[in-house]
Design a protein around this ligand. Structure first.
Ligand SMILES: [Zn+2]
Length: 217
């Protein structure tokens, strides 16, 4: 049996492992190893042929460098997402594509890094208040932050996420990238909305960035 067939067999084991619902990476790895051992034994018993599926599965397992507690689920189908972080449950999920034998490793590491930005830096944001009626900035900015920190090129992104990235770049041009990142970490979205509103007003009025002015209540 050649390597390509062993590889697609491993992809089948991965699919079977997550078919019943989300599992941690280490659970999927253990399950795939068990299936590989059983399959190798069955084929040896039935056909008296030795195949190398166990060593291929070991090679696959060693090649995965994600956090072992990360959750694996078929979210590309259900949510059209490669990765997700739930700020309420604090669970990060990667699509099963992250484990496939012919995966693009750099792409999936960027997805993992992106979700890690949400996980470590947007906790306060999830609890923060937002002013209704103001420009919708929260989703574009948290996505812009995760996209820029993980170095995802537009080719990694859906059109919706490209527009989040563009909006974030535009706002960063107005008030500075560090101002946005600090406000997201602190969960101070009200302050951020105010800064953006003032910067937009300043732009409309043609006032230089260093000229002070006060908005009368
Ligand atoms: Zn995101």
């Amino acid at each position: 049996m050649n390597g390509i067939e062993s590889g697609s067999m491993i992809d089948g084991f991965i699919e079977s492992e997550v078919a019943a619902g989300p599992r941690s990476l280490s659970e999927v790895q253990q399950g795939v190893m068990k299936r590989a051992e059983e399959t190798q034994q069955q084929i040896a018993d039935l056909f008296s042929v030795q195949i190398d599926v166990v060593s291929k599965a070991e090679e696959w397992k060693e090649g995965l460098s994600y956090d072992p507690s990360i959750q694996i689920d078929a979210i590309a189908e259900s949510d059209s997402a490669a990765g997700m972080h739930n700020l309420q449950t604090r669970v990060t999920t990667l699509d099963t594509g992250a484990l496939e034998t012919d995966r693009d490793e750099d792409y999936w590491k960027r997805v993992e890094t992106h979700e890690g930005v949400h996980e470590t830096q947007h906790v306060a944001v999830a609890q923060g208040a937002v002013v209704d009626g103001e420009e919708d900035i929260l989703l574009p900015l948290v996505e812009w932050h995760a996209i820029t920190e993980s170095g995802q090129p537009d080719s990694d992104l859906t059109p919706e996420y490209v527009s989040h990235r563009q909006k974030g770049d535009e706002i960063a041009g107005l008030i500075g990238a560090d101002t946005i990142k600090t406000a997201l970490r602190e969960g101070n979205i009200l302050g951020l909305q105010e800064k953006i509103a003032i910067a937009r007003l300043r732009e409309q009025l043609g006032l230089p960035a260093d000229q002070e002015f006060v908005i009368a209540a």
